[in-house]
Ligand binder design. Structure first.
Ligand SMILES: [Zn+2]
Length: 366
C-alpha cells in the first residue's frame, strides 16, 4: 500500500423546501475538507448542489478508519474561494457563516459506505432559502440588471423573530437583514428577492434612489420579490393554481396562493403611523389578476380596476430608474404603455387611484 492515496468524495449540498416538499440542491457553497483544522482540499457546489473533493491523504497501515478523522466545512460566501457578490452572516458577525458537517467522520467509512452523501443544510437561520434567492438573483434571473456595491453585500440571517418586519435593506451600508419569523421557504425567498430589488435599484444610482418616493421604491421591490420569486418556483415545476381570476371565477383569491408574500393587490401599510407604502403599482401592470372583480369591500377603491397585463420587466426597470416622484412616474407610464399595452382610457382608470392616494398621503416624507 502506498504511503499516500488519493481519495475522492462526491456528494450533494441540499436544503429542504417547504413549498416544493422536497430537498433541492444548493449551488456555490464552499466545501472545505479538513483534517485537524488543516485544509486538505476544497470545492464549490455546482448548480445541482453536487460537489467533488479530491485529495491525497496518508493511509493508515492498520486501520483505514481510526485515525483518518476528517471534517467537511460548508461556507456561505466570503472572499476565500471566488467572488460571489454577497455573503451570509449572523447578526453578530461580519464573517460568512460556516458550518461543520461530518465532524469526526471517518472518511474511509464514508467513501466505502456513503459514496453519494447528501448534506442537508440545517434550517435554523433559513440559510438555505436566503442562499438560493441570492444565487437566483445574481446568476439566473435576467429580468433587470443585477447591480451590487463593489464590496458585495452582506445578508444577515437573523436568528429570531423581531416583530412585523421580515426583511430590510439599509443604505449606504447595503446590508440586508432577513428575520427568521418562521415563514415558509417561498416567503423567505420572496423577502430576500424584495431586498435584493432594493439593492440593485440603489446600486444603479444611489442619489436617485434616496430621492425616490417610498411607495415607488417599495412597489418595485415587491415586484422584484413577486416576479422573480414565482419565476424561481416555476423553474422547479411549481404552477400557479386556480387559473385566471375573473368575475365569474372569483376564487381562489390571489392572496391564498401568494407564495412569495410579495404579490400585493392593495395598498399595504408598513409602519404606523404611515400607511400604504407598498402598492401593486408594478405588479398590476404585469399580472393577469383584476382584483376589482373579487374585492371584498365594494367601496374600497384600492382594489383597483385594471385590465393591463404583460408589461415587460425591462419597462418596469426603466420606469423605476427614471422616476423619483409620482408626476414623473405617471408621465413615463403613459408615454411607454399607451398604446402597446393598454389604451389611455384603461391606463387612466388605473392611475386615478394612485392620483388619489398621492393627494391623500403622498405628502408624508420619511
Ligand atoms: Zn422594502
Amino acid at each position: 500500500m502506498a504511503a499516500e492515496d488519493v481519495i475522492t468524495l462526491t456528494g450533494y449540498v441540499k436544503t429542504y423546501d417547504s413549498q416544493l416538499g422536497r430537498n433541492v440542491g444548493v449551488a456555490n457553497v464552499l466545501i472545505q475538507y479538513q483534517k485537524a483544522n488543516l485544509e486538505l482540499a476544497f470545492a464549490v457546489t455546482g448548480g445541482d448542489g453536487q460537489f467533488t473533493v479530491q485529495t491525497s491523504i496518508p493511509m493508515s497501515q492498520t486501520n483505514d478508519y481510526e485515525w483518518m478523522v476528517q471534517h467537511l466545512i460548508l461556507q456561505f460566501g466570503g472572499n476565500y474561494y471566488h467572488t460571489i457578490p454577497w455573503r451570509v452572516t449572523t447578526e453578530n458577525s461580519t464573517a460568512a457563516i460556516t458550518m461543520s458537517v461530518g465532524a469526526n467522520f471517518p472518511v474511509g467509512r464514508w467513501s466505502l459506505y456513503y459514496p453519494y452523501p447528501e448534506i442537508i443544510i440545517p434550517d435554523t437561520r433559513q440559510l438555505g432559502s436566503i442562499w438560493r434567492a441570492a444565487n437566483y438573483f445574481y446568476y439566473q434571473q435576467n429580468d433587470f440588471p443585477r447591480n451590487s456595491p463593489s464590496g458585495g453585500t452582506r445578508i444577515i440571517a437573523n436568528d429570531f423573530s423581531g416583530g412585523r418586519t421580515n426583511g430590510s435593506f439599509g443604505f449606504p451600508s447595503c446590508n440586508i437583514n432577513i428575520y427568521n419569523n418562521g415563514h415558509s421557504d417561498s416567503n423567505v425567498i420572496g423577502t430576500t428577492l424584495h431586498e435584493l430589488g432594493h439593492l440593485t435599484h440603489y446600486s444603479n444610482n444611489t442619489i436617485t434612489f434616496t430621492r425616490t418616493h417610498d411607495l415607488l421604491r417599495e412597489s418595485f421591490a415587491d415586484y422584484s420579490g413577486w416576479s422573480l420569486g414565482e419565476k424561481y418556483y416555476v423553474s422547479y415545476g411549481w404552477k400557479q393554481p386556480g387559473g385566471l381570476i375573473t368575475t365569474t371565477n372569483p376564487s381562489p383569491y390571489r392572496e391564498d396562493v401568494d407564495i412569495t408574500a410579495c404579490a400585493d393587490q392593495d395598498w399595504r401599510s408598513t409602519r404606523a403611523p404611515d400607511y400604504g407604502w407598498y402598492s401593486p403599482l408594478f405588479i398590476d401592470l404585469t399580472d393577469d389578476v383584476n382584483q376589482h372583480a373579487f374585492f371584498r369591500d365594494p367601496e374600497y377603491r384600492y382594489f383597483l380596476n385594471e385590465n393591463i397585463a404583460n408589461v415587460p420587466s425591462s419597462l418596469i426597470w426603466e420606469v423605476i430608474t427614471t422616476s423619483t416622484d409620482w408626476t414623473q412616474c405617471r408621465q413615463k407610464l403613459s408615454q411607454r404603455l399607451v398604446p402597446t399595452y393598454c389604451t389611455s382610457t384603461q391606463l387612466e382608470a388605473y392611475l386615478v387611484n394612485f392620483d388619489e392616494w398621492f393627494d391623500d398621503f403622498g405628502h408624508i416624507v420619511l
